[in-house]
Design a protein around this ligand. Structure first.
Ligand SMILES: [Fe+2]
Length: 202
């Protein structure tokens, strides 16, 4: 009697149903941030429940921060800072950049700064701290952040200037400062001279 060979099932592509299950599963593993309030609440948990800044950074990277775009307001004469949340541990600021707008070169006066680009493109130029009086600041590097890209800086890493390099498109970015930032030093690029300013938050 001839031996019957076992029939091998034909390879089948995953069904739509299976991919839907996978999507639901991945969604459930993401932080539950379906609104700006959720994101703020999760950030508060990171800091107030001692989960720590690392978790806050991860959250900011993974969360859908485009939800904050609806809070954007633009001033055609310069960039605008909108205070989203402030408590004893951190402040969260939405920055709205008209075409070609830029900050001065500044420090972060002891705070860590994490920033995420939400729309358009923002350019960060880093400088070394001045070492001598009346000397131009030395540039370290320049980096463009595109939508959803994240970068961070603290005083040990230097000073920086942020700008919207586009002449055709506005930009929006979200900035997390911890401890909260309310003032900073701004520097003259050509003399290195610094003065302290209070941040205007609307
Ligand atoms: Fe900054």
């Amino acid at each position: 009697m001839a031996l019957e060979t076992a029939k091998r099932p034909a390879f089948e592509k995953p069904s739509r149903k299976a991919s839907q299950v996978w999507k639901t599963l991945s969604d459930s593993l993401r932080p539950k941030t379906k609104s700006t309030d959720d994101i703020i609440l999760q950030l508060q948990k990171c800091f107030l429940k001692e989960l720590g800044p690392d978790q806050a950074q991860k959250l900011l990277k993974s969360a859908d921060c485009s939800l904050f775009e609806e809070k954007a307001e633009f001033d055609d004469f310069g960039y605008k800072r909108i205070l989203i949340e402030e408590n004893e541990k951190f402040n969260l600021v939405l920055m709205c950049w008209p075409e070609g707008s830029a900050t001065s070169i500044h420090d972060h006066t002891g705070s860590e700064c994490i920033m995420k680009c939400l729309a358009g493109k923002i350019r960060e130029t880093r400088y070394k701290w001045p070492v001598k009086k009346r000397q131009s600041l030395e540039k370290i590097c320049e980096e463009d952040l595109k939508k959803n890209e994240v970068s961070g800086i603290n005083d040990e890493e230097g000073l920086h200037l942020i700008e919207n390099p586009s002449t055709a498109e506005r930009a929006i970015s979200l900035h997390l400062y911890y401890p909260p930032l309310s003032e900073c030093l701004v520097f003259d690029e050509y003399t290195g001279k610094a003065r302290r300013i209070r941040l205007k938050l609307s």
